[in-house]
Design a binder for this molecule. Structure first.
Ligand SMILES: Nc1ncnc2c1ncn2[C@@H]1O[C@H](COP(=O)(O)OP(=O)(O)OP(=O)(O)O)[C@@H](O)[C@H]1O
Length: 590
């Protein structure tokens, strides 16, 4: 397939942020795409080469890209010119296309470049290791640029640098696949299921293109391919939980650790995080100890890894686990910050999916599969049927260092990839004031003064608007940060600075810097108010008015395990807003 077709589609997509138009462009692109290329197209659309869980990173630095462009422009002064163009437009892809336009076209020597060739070259670049890597990367890049026309070169560079931002969410890709290959958007549901059990949109695309809907319906779980996790809705009180769950249900401790999806076959163990990143290297202790406790050939299990005080056995807060994220420090952290692994679900057992089994059966099976010892535990569970039962269980869980309880319906399946009402979470803190914490995306910052000079003193935060796939500003936050937090945030965020505001950000603020909407942090606030400036849930309550947080404060939690799309949604913010009005109303009546 000619790369020009893809570059042309990219150009069209870049010029719109409307979901319907994006979908239409995608449908047209998919209709032109051969079956054996479609998975590659789907990865490239998302600025990737392989599904996230494989961890293939392109990692080409700007400097190297500039040298490669200069080389293929074939002039000595080119580097300077490229830098100049780059400064003007803030986009190296664009700068490259400008420079290459000026180059005399030696068309008779040009080979047509294909999607396959670009993709294979990019994959080779991503996998290069060892000596002279930089030179070898440069050779591949300038080789591609030599044969590319300016528009193609622009997109090749954007992919290489990770700056291709078409704003296509997974849902939009699935809509377009359903329309292109089944003629009916309604079939998105089947695609979603396939995606939820494989976390690999490229594979889903290839299956629907080559085997149609039938292939998608027969899609199976593969060991070592992560399953997208099931999530819980929140409730504010025992009473609300009973209303939603009915007669008898299970209560489990809600531990404050890291969610880990374990794929195990014999001694082979692969671990995935909540956002499906391969985190096996952070937990050498799990890899060593857990297989000994497993009574099965092949399983996929879910557990919460929690740091503990070895003397008292008490659970410690989530932050203690983050020591394992430091390079070269893992071994040390393993001995200094010991953990236990607390199992709560089984998703796959000896060749069979367990997703359709009701909770109760899965829990029984789990207890059979995992033999408990000092290190491997079953998460404490109890059947409850009254408000008092829940209250007592919640009390015990808080006393042993947990954040609350999870309440689960006994007869319901595991709903991969969705937040539904079969699982509810009840935290102690939800019960006062606004109380609830929010997970928000850092979209911009303002430079600090005094002690905070040279760091970001105040951050601009956004909630996620699921329907439009946009991040809407909701507050600025400048309190709750320790010096250490500020340093760490600066380190993480300075890699995410963009020259222009990403089109997926909706904010009228004039931030000093804008970021890629990627990092999620947790904040609390005293209340949610109407705001003429902020954009969260705009027009929902009142015309031209959004919602904002009053007195927001950082809780100390940087949620590295969450993707931006996992942040609190405007729907959740609206629910909180309405809930607080009700409480105020009830109080006034008393
Ligand atoms: N017994 C349990 N069952 C399921 N999840 C548990 C349990 N104990 C702790 N957890 C953790 O709680 C999370 C479930 O809450 P939720 O579905 O809202 O995800 P979340 O958005 O990460 O939640 P939160 O922000 O409250 O941590 C899981 O991702 C898991 O890490």
């Amino acid at each position: 397939m000619e790369f020009a077709i893809l570059a042309d589609a990219f150009s069209k997509m870049e010029s719109t942020t409307k979901r319907l138009e994006l979908t239409q462009h995608l449908v047209e692109l998919f209709e032109k795409t051969p079956q054996d290329v479609i998975s590659r197209i789907v990865y490239l659309l998302q600025g990737k080469l392989r599904p996230d869980f494989e961890g293939v990173e392109l990692g080409v630095a700007e400097r190297l890209a500039i040298r490669a462009i200069a080389k293929s422009a074939g002039s000595d002064s080119a580097e300077k010119k490229i830098e100049e163009e780059y400064r003007k437009s803030g986009d190296l892809g664009h700068a490259a296309s400008k420079i290459l336009e000026q180059k005399e076209q030696t068309t008779f020597m040009m080979q047509d470049i294909t999607v396959e060739r670009v993709y294979e070259n990019l994959l080779t670049i991503a996998k290069l290791e060892g000596s002279k890597t930089q030179d070898r990367k440069m050779k591949y890049i300038s080789g591609l640029l030599n044969d590319a026309n300016p528009n193609e070169a622009k997109f090749i560079l954007k992919i290489l640098l990770g700056t291709l931002r078409l704003g296509v969410a997974e849902n939009t890709v699935m809509d377009a696949l359903a329309i292109a290959f089944t003629g009916n958007k309604e079939n998105r549901k089947a695609l979603e299921h396939a995606y939820n059990v494989s976390s690999d949109l490229g594979k889903v695309a290839e299956t629907i293109a080559s085997k149609g809907l039938k292939g998608i319906e027969e899609f199976e779980i593969n060991l070592f391919n992560p399953i997208r996790p099931m999530l819980a809705d929140r409730v504010k009180s025992e009473e609300e939980a009973i209303e939603k769950l009915g007669n008898v249900f299970a209560a489990e401790y809600k531990l404050d650790g890291e969610r880990v999806q374990l794929h195990i076959e014999g001694e082979k163990v692969i671990l995935f995080s909540r956002s499906l990143e391969n985190i096996t290297s952070y937990y050498p202790d799990i890899v060593e100890k857990i297989p000994k406790t497993i009574q099965a050939q092949k399983v996929i299990l879910e557990a919460e890894a929690v740091a503990i005080n070895e003397n008292t056995g008490e659970f410690l807060p989530f932050q203690e686990l983050m020591h394992r994220r430091r390079k070269y420090q893992v071994e040390k952290a393993v001995s200094q910050y010991p953990i236990t692994v607390n199992f709560f679900d089984v998703l796959y057992y000896d060749g069979k999916s367990c997703l359709e089994l009701p909770y109760e059966e899965r829990r029984n099976l789990l207890e059979k599969i995992v033999k408990e010892d000092d290190y491997a535990k079953h998460i404490p569970m109890s059947m409850v049927k009254s408000q008092e039962d829940i209250e007592e269980f919640l009390e015990n869980s808080i006393n042993s260092g947990c954040e609350g309880v999870m309440l689960k319906m006994l007869d319901k399946p595991y709903q991969a990839g969705s937040r539904g009402s079969y699982w509810l979470k009840l935290k102690r803190e939800y019960r006062n004031e606004l109380g609830d914490s929010l997970d928000l995306v850092v979209i911009g910052a303002f430079f600090g003064k005094g002690r905070r000079t040279g760091k970001y003193g105040t951050l601009l935060l956004a909630s996620y608007d699921y329907d439009t796939d946009v991040f809407t500003s909701i507050c600025k936050v400048g309190t709750g940060f320790t010096d250490e937090d500020l340093d760490q945030l600066y380190q993480i965020l300075s890699n995410k600075v963009t020259i222009k505001k990403n089109p997926r950000i909706d904010s009228d603020m004039e931030a000093d810097v804008w970021f890629e909407p990627e990092l999620v942090i947790e904040v609390v606030a005293s209340e949610i108010t109407l705001s003429p400036i902020h954009k969260a849930a705009r027009n929902e309550i009142r015309k031209d008015t959004g919602l904002a947080l009053r007195f927001p404060k950082f809780t100390g939690k940087i949620r590295l395990e969450k993707d931006a799309e996992d942040a609190s949604t405007n729907e959740e913010v609206l629910t909180l807003f309405k809930g607080q009005k009700k409480v105020a109303h009830d109080k006034n009546l008393m």
